[in-house]
Design a protein around this ligand. Structure first.
Ligand code: ACO
Length: 345
């Protein structure tokens, strides 16, 4: 089942008056574990080939954690880099959001572990569960809370250890995912720079196309759930593919319409890095040349909620995004969830 029609309903948050920014990104950071898993390594584990993976997904390698590394470790490293760039003491952070589906534990939130590691004692800290869309959801929420509740230093992090729910015997999924974290620091802003608009949407009728059924209250962890592999990520790849293209395109069009900005004014498009063919199809639907699209999937694989903030950080550090540039981010993930954010850097 796929989303039909040319546009999705959805909710835009915080759409400011045209070009009036409410919060701005003042620092970004990323963290990945040192271990690299190449397609050649995967050839030794499952019945696959480097050629198939590169042609069907664009992925060549991905970073994966070794035992003992937790989600909050990657979050903390990425956050410290964002704070350093934003010249902000962790003790001044007052809002800390972590988007993840692979937190340190079932509860409490990974955000509170990050809070503790950073020494961000003044922060309110909680997680956002929106699969791959969680970072953009977090950006929208932090932007709203900065406007309405007066937060001054908001950390928004997307982080996943997807390999913790990877079935290494399922070649259709195990070649896709990688681990990592990306963080941004937001501060209040006035003037042309900052978040110009955000858009979020969900459709729970499609939840079972991409999910991990075991270990929750429906199927509490037991020998049976483990024996049946219910704790692994399950995906109907082809259906997800079609919806991802449709929804990311819709989300991009929606935010451009609502902010009155044209695609030609956008300097860089960053889509969720799930599959190079999805990225190309989304760019084509929007009529944007690939030179204006940021791609790093070949080195990271799909890092779910970390994919956008990692790409954003790389794009800034590589000077693909400069001060004053317009960046359009679009996401899609389990739920289904999707959304977009338009940011003047
Ligand atoms: N190596 C070799 N062959 C494979 C592999 C593999 N790793 N995986 C599947 N195949 C085979 C299949 O068995 C099938 O063989 P058959 O024709 O003999 O039955 C054939 O390749 C084609 O399989 P499809 O599933 O149709 O391949 P497709 O071109 O759709 O690519 C893929 C699969 C890469 C998963 C693609 O559907 C996809 O990217 N889907 C979207 C994933 C996504 O966007 N997720 C986003 C959210 S997920 C998240 O972020 C947490």
């Amino acid at each position: 089942m796929i989303i039909s029609g040319n546009s999705c309903p959805g909710r835009s948050t915080n759409l400011p008056e045209k070009n009036k920014a409410h919060s701005m990104i003042v620092g970004t950071g990323r963290a990945v574990p040192p271990k690299v898993l190449t397609n050649q390594d995967l050839e030794k584990i499952v019945d696959t080939t480097d050629e198939w993976i590169r042609e069907r997904t664009g992925i060549q390698s991905r970073f994966i954690v070794e035992e003992g590394t937790a989600n909050s470790d990657l979050c903390t490293e990425a956050a410290l880099k964002a704070l350093e760039e934003g010249q902000t003491d962790p003790r001044d952070v007052d809002l800390l959001l972590v988007g993840t589906v692979t937190g340190d534990a079932k509860f409490p939130a990974t955000a509170v572990y990050v809070q503790d590691k950073l020494g961000a004692k003044k922060a309110v800290a909680f997680d956002i569960s929106a699969a791959c869309s969680a970072f953009v959801y977090g950006l929208a929420l932090a932007d709203s809370l900065i406007q309405t509740r007066g937060y001054k230093n908001a950390l928004v992090i997307g982080a996943e250890i997807l390999t913790s729910m990877t079935d290494w015997e399922d070649r259709a999924t195990c070649v896709l995912f990688g681990d990592g974290a990306g963080a941004v620091l937001l501060k209040p802003a006035n003037g042309p720079r900052g978040i110009l608009g955000t858009y979020m949407m969900s459709d729970g009728s499609l939840a079972d196309l991409l999910y991990s059924p075991g270990g929750g209250s429906r199927f509490p962890a037991s020998h049976r759930t483990v024996d049946e592999g219910l704790h692994f990520l399950k995906m109907k790849g082809r259906e997800v593919f079609k919806s991802a293209v449709q929804c990311m395109g819709d989300a991009a069009i929606k935010i451009l319409e609502q902010t009155g900005i044209t695609k030609d004014q956008v300097d860089l498009l960053i889509t969720h890095q799930a599959n190079i063919r999805i990225i190309r199809a989304t760019a084509k639907r929007l009529g944007m040349p690939m030179e204006k699209v940021f791609v790093n999937i070949e080195r990271y694989g799909n890092t779910s909620s970390a994919s956008i903030p990692i790409a954003l950080d790389e794009a800034r550090k590589a000077r693909r995004l400069k001060e004053g540039d317009l960046c359009l981010m679009v996401v899609f993930g389990g739920g289904f969830t999707w959304g977009s954010a338009l940011v003047r850097m």
